[in-house]
Design a protein around this ligand. Structure first.
Ligand code: URP
Ligand code: ZN
Ligand code: ZN
Length: 459
């Protein structure tokens, strides 16, 4: 048995902040309190540091074939970068190939992750073709395969998009087993029409990506998905919500006592659409869907977190190197959509969120750790510091300053979306299931240490 102790740290959960020591036996937290670390074989002194639960990124795309190429981080490089930033579990998206079964898609993603992933990982199942056959697969996926969330795309016409009738069918089926439907909410037809208009007019630069997907494209689809869920009395999780007008659709839903769960991503809180105007195709770095919005939208999102309208902050990590982005050099609609971010979410949320008094320290833990765990069936094994929980622990120095750069990050991407940003606060040491994962700037885990997280329905 391995016995580890962490002393003198300030423990931060979604609800409390307190000085206490932690005793870890093998992979679990055995005790929390004063003087509980006697008998430990190794003591980590966390004087002056915060102790967070390992963070959970519920929206990543590792090794995703997309728009004629593949996201540049696989399960090894992506989860290593995640660990360096204090994220110990991810929930990635396993895609169904249209015309093939959901189980085949899941199998492919298991093969991508097994033997490589350093962090623990679960999968959302992306349903790109809902029909009588795929409908029959849902029960088995929920009850035997540990898949309790099903993602739909209302955008990416002629690729991933499903229609409303399919979404209603999926919601009805998923509800039978207590699982959850999540949605990428953009009106795919409207976006497609604007893309064609811009292309025909010869507007081909990256900024026309954003102009083809204005807030109303997102707000309309958000409202429609919410209405479909309301009529069927379904839970709904909206991924990567970006703007005030979409958030207002959630507000409207609250007024009629509907519960809608909302995720935003750190880039929508911190980066704005002026980046698309950068010369020499640089704007392509931030081409993602939905696109970055205005500073007013950022303000609305921070308020949305405080108001409890937004429950989770993820990354939608979907990196492409600059050469890959150049697929759209002469046509913005061919730029692979997505950006790197898995590594810096916690540090950015601390530096830009907590230190700038936009959110409390406990809210950081709530949106990055506890809520994703609760919503996606991992709590209290993950997402909190409690006796019996997995010893997924982040030791965080709130004072150390550092500068984010592609030169020093661990993501397999040749640019950073936050190049040159100086942040205060740094992840110093990370434990995953009681094993030291990150220490002294090194990753100490063997490839494939990460375990598949078979999840249980929560609704
Ligand atoms: O631009 C993005 N977000 N790329 C990843 C796929 C998605 O829509 O989530
Ligand atoms: Zn999306
Ligand atoms: Zn995504």
């Amino acid at each position: 048995m391995t016995i580890l102790g962490i002393t003198n740290g300030m423990l931060v959960t979604a609800s409390e902040t307190s000085h206490a020591d932690i005793l870890i036996e093998d992979d679990k937290i055995k005790a929390i309190g004063k003087d509980v670390t006697k008998g430990a074989q190794k003591i980590i002194d966390a004087q002056g540091k915060y102790i967070f639960p390992g963070a959970i990124d519920a929206h990543t795309h590792l090794d995703l074939p997309f728009m004629g190429t593949s996201s540049s981080d696989d399960f090894l490089t992506g989860t290593k970068a995640a660990l360096f930033g204090g994220t110990t579990s991810i929930i990635d998206f396993a895609f169904q190939t249209q015309g093939k079964s959901l189980h085949e898609g899941l199998e492919i993603w298991h093969k991508k992750a097994a033997g490589l992933s350093l962090a623990d990982y679960g999968f959302h199942m992306v349903v790109t073709d809902f029909n009588d056959d795929t409908s029959k697969e849902i029960e088995n996926l929920v009850t035997r395969e540990g898949i309790t969330s099903f993602k739909t795309f209302m955008a990416y016409k002629n690729a991933l998009m499903i229609n409303d009738r399919q979404m209603i069918g999926l919601m009805n089926e998923v509800k039978k087993y207590g699982a959850l439907v999540s949605v990428h909410a953009e009106n795919g037809d409207l976006a497609d029409s604007l893309i064609q208009q811009h292309r025909s007019a010869g507007f081909l630069a990256p900024e026309y990506h954003a102009k083809s997907r204005p807030p109303i494209v997102e707000a309309e689809a958000t409202g429609r998905a919410i209405d479909l869920a309301y009529l069927g009395d379904h839970q709904l999780y909206i991924v990567h919500l970006t703007c005030e007008s979409a958030l207002n659709r959630v507000r409207e839903a609250c007024k009629r006592n509907q519960r809608v769960l909302v995720e935003t991503c750190v880039q929508y809180l911190l980066l704005d659409d002026s980046l698309y105007k950068r010369p020499n195709f640089e704007g392509a770095k931030w081409v993602m869907s939905p696109p970055l919005r205005t500073t007013e939208d950022q303000h609305a999102l921070w308020s949305g977190i405080e108001q409890g309208l937004i429950q989770t902050v993820a990354t939608d990590h979907c990196p492409f190197c600059l050469k890959q982005k150049e697929l759209g050099k002469n046509d913005f609609s061919k730029i692979p959509n997505g950006a790197p971010g898995i590594e810096h979410r916690v540090e950015l949320m601390f530096s830009e969120g907590v230190l700038k008094k936009r959110i409390s320290l406990n809210t950081l833990v709530e949106v990055c750790c506890a809520n994703p765990a609760k919503i996606f069936g991992l709590y209290p094994k993950k997402g909190t510091l409690a006796v019996g929980a997995d010893a997924d622990i982040v030791i965080f120095d709130p004072y150390e300053k550092h500068t984010i750069s592609a030169k020093t990050h661990h993501m397999n991407c040749d640019y950073s979306a936050y190049e040159g940003w100086e942040v205060t606060g740094r992840v110093k040491c990370v434990l995953l299931r009681g094993q030291i994962a990150i220490e002294n700037g090194q990753c100490l885990l063997k490839n494939g240490f990460g375990k598949y997280l078979a999840r249980k329905p929560t609704f």
